[in-house]
Design a protein around this ligand. Structure first.
Ligand code: PHE
Length: 446
């Protein structure tokens, strides 16, 4: 790369930028529906344990690789050894596959945002509205294209710093609003307390390996790990900052937002439709929230504000996804930024349309019994990310050895979790991921 590598200023700069990428639709849209689907409290418990062990160690490894080599994923793994470049390539392919369907959901958010502005809130709260909307032939296409074009525009203009600033102001508002909605729902709706219990108290009978697979996929997705993004972030990080402390801050922030989003959505679903509602899947947020807003005084305005915030949270994440893909195109094919972005846009629109049409004109077509959007989600979260994480563990644990990274991790301050890091990266993490992958491929039954 000819440009000089910029670096984050100050301690908070890194944490905020990483948190900006991490907090997005994964927390607000994906976490609640998975938690609802996979048994509530037990999912939450497994998720938190995995974050503190797995998530921590993997994130530490990725940030350290980035800061040590000063490169983005493909370059970084190549710098560790030519034969490891493949891990970088797999990592780089993941954001390219997430971006299209992420933008489809971004389009849903835009639609709901505009819907509340134009006073359609009441209609959006009716049963079946969401299903009818996504199975419409043209509207979801339009909103998806608007969302991804805005993302591309910002990437081309390079004004993402401005957007990030806006979103840093909006993030606290989003959190406050989420808490308000959660408290409002719990206090005013009959049956919501039962929902809180379902969400918070683990029921060990509901535990299965599927819970672990789903929680792990969500963890990778939500923390933006196992796809090279944290390597890129690490490469921008200054040497005098403690990686360990930064990770704890990112984890608390990311998991906190996800937890609150669950608290806002799950008790309400419980109050509206009991246990049956828990299996609504990807549409959950869009089905429940308009109903809550409908019952609130001034709900229309709250709906507008809420969806504007979610839009910004989604936008900062989609920008970081697109930036990563564009950077790979620029580096590998020596393209200029505008051409690379336009190419990524065209490819992403084509891939995204498959997900959009999967709900409408191609709804009869399923892969492994999944709708196309679910399929892309499964492919990236449940297959490719675990593979990328497994290979990262093998490269770090057995090829370059943890010591090489521990040195890097100790530069900005004491690294307290050395033992955890070694045990996770060399033993527990790869073995668990391998078992999980084998079970998803149906090779073994657990
Ligand atoms: N972590 C983001 C979220 O939770 C999604 C994302 C993944 C963003 C990868 C950037 C890169 O929504």
């Amino acid at each position: 790369m000819s440009e000089k590598r910029s670096s984050f200023t100050g301690k908070l700069g890194f944490v905020l930028a990483a948190a900006g990428s991490a907090v997005g639709l994964g927390n607000i849209w994906r976490f609640p529906y998975l938690a609802a689907q996979y048994g509530g409290g037990i999912f939450l418990l497994v998720y938190i344990i995995l974050t503190l062990t797995f998530g921590f160690s993997l994130m530490a490894a990725e940030i350290a690789i980035g800061r040590k080599t000063g490169q983005s994923p493909i370059g970084a793994f190549t710098a560790l050894g030519k034969k490891y470049a493949i891990v970088g390539y797999i990592g780089a392919a993941i954001p390219a596959l997430i971006l299209p369907y992420y933008s489809v959901i971004g389009g849903w958010v835009l639609k709901y945002m505009v819907g509340f502005v134009t006073g359609e809130g009441k209609a959006m709260a009716t049963d079946g509205y969401f299903g009818a909307y996504i199975s419409g032939p043209s509207e979801p296409v339009a909103w998806f294209i608007v969302f991804i074009t805005i993302t591309a525009f910002i990437v081309i203009l390079g004004v993402n710093k401005g957007i990030e600033k806006v979103s840093k102001v909006m993030m606290p508002v989003l959190i406050a609003l989420t808490i308000f909605i959660a408290v409002y729902t719990i206090c005013t709706m009959d049956g919501a307390i039962e929902g809180v219990k379902y969400y918070i108290l683990p029921d060990f009978k509901k535990f299965s390996f599927k819970t672990v697979v789903a929680a792990m996929g969500q963890l990778f997705y939500s923390l933006s790990i196992a796809m090279g993004i944290m390597i890129t972030f690490g490469s921008y990080m200054k040497k005098d900052i403690s990686i360990e402390k930064s990770i704890h801050q990112i984890e608390i922030f990311d998991t906190g937002v996800a937890f609150l989003a669950g608290l806002m959505i799950i008790p309400a679903v419980y109050a509206f439709s009991g246990l049956d509602g828990m299996n609504s899947g990807p549409g959950l947020m869009f089905i429940t929230l308009p109903k809550i807003f409908e019952t609130m005084p001034g709900g229309n305005i709250i709906g507008v504000v809420f969806f504007v915030m979610v839009f910004f949270a989604a936008l900062t994440s989609s920008i970081s996804l697109m930036e990563t893909v564009v950077a790979v195109f620029q580096d590998r094919f020596k393209m200029d930024r505008i051409k690379a972005t336009l190419l990524v846009l065209v490819i992403s629109v084509s891939l995204g349309l498959i997900s959009v049409f999967g709900y409408s004109i191609w709804s009869d077509f399923t892969l492994f019994k999944m709708q196309m959007l679910d399929f892309f989600d499964f492919l990236t979260n449940s297959l490719m990310m675990p593979i990328c994480a497994l290979l990262t563990c093998i490269v770090v644990g057995y090829c370059i050895k943890p010591k090489a990274l521990i040195e890097e991790l100790e530069i900005g301050g004491r690294f307290r979790s050395k033992l955890l890091f070694k045990v996770m990266i060399c033993g527990i993490a790869p073995v668990c991921i391998l078992l999980i992958l084998l079970s998803s491929f149906g090779v073994i039954k657990i």
